[in-house]
Design a protein around this ligand. Structure first.
Ligand SMILES: [Ca+2]
Ligand SMILES: [Ca+2]
Length: 203
């Protein structure tokens, strides 16, 4: 393979990376959230950008937590605020076939509120019915805590990845949709690739 071919492939892969789907409201799990006390708070990441894998994404604010390869072996904890009476939806995507996800929801005093194993009922983003999907109504105003584990209560290990989408009716949505910036970067990347190919032809 020539150096030119290598560079073309590298450039193309870079552009694909830039142009691939991302969530403005996405936070990456760094493995530091192995307990309720260290839960990652998702409140700053809520937005109403369109995400195909999230039910009613443009009308109900949502945030996404993504665990990526290499994460610590642990339970993953997240928190978010909700107002009493608000509809909440927890939606695990891309869990199965890495693992069989199980969700548990607690209040700040570690009292169990609700849980779900295999609620996925055909929404986008899940390839298998073992993904969790948990709608419920907030019974108080304050913080809610979500623990993600492997069925039935095992720790999640390296290589077991997923997206957890949290949608909360009437949540403030400080997250800024990244659609415009992604489109700009994607366009600049494509232009640079076209320029590189033009220079290669003249060489
Ligand atoms: Ca989904
Ligand atoms: Ca499950």
């Amino acid at each position: 393979m020539t150096m030119k071919t290598n560079r073309s492939i590298f450039t193309a892969i870079s552009i694909l990376g830039i142009c691939s789907a991302s969530y403005a409201t996405q936070i990456f799990d760094t493995g530091s959230n192995g307990s309720l006390a260290t839960a990652i708070n998702l409140d700053p990441y809520f937005s109403s950008e369109f995400v195909a894998n999230i039910t009613s994404s443009t009308t109900v604010p949502h945030a996404t937590a993504t665990r990526t390869f290499g994460g610590a072996t642990q339970y993953d904890w997240f928190s978010f605020s909700a107002t009493s009476g608000s509809s909440i939806l927890l939606d695990v995507d891309n869990g199965m076939f890495d693992f069989d996800p199980y969700l548990r929801v607690y209040d700040s005093g570690s009292s169990s509120i609700t849980a779900n194993d295999d609620g996925h009922a055909g929404d986008l983003g899940s390839a298998h019915g073992y993904d969790s999907y948990l709608p419920f109504t907030a019974t108080y105003t304050g913080l809610y805590f979500v623990e993600v584990s492997v069925y039935v209560h095992g720790m999640i290990g390296a290589g077991q990845n997923y997206d957890l989408h949290v949608s909360v009716q009437d949540h403030v949505a400080p997250g800024v949709p990244d659609s415009a910036s992604s489109a700009l970067l994607c366009g600049l990347g494509l232009l640079s690739l076209l320029g590189f190919r033009a220079r290669s032809k003249r060489a």
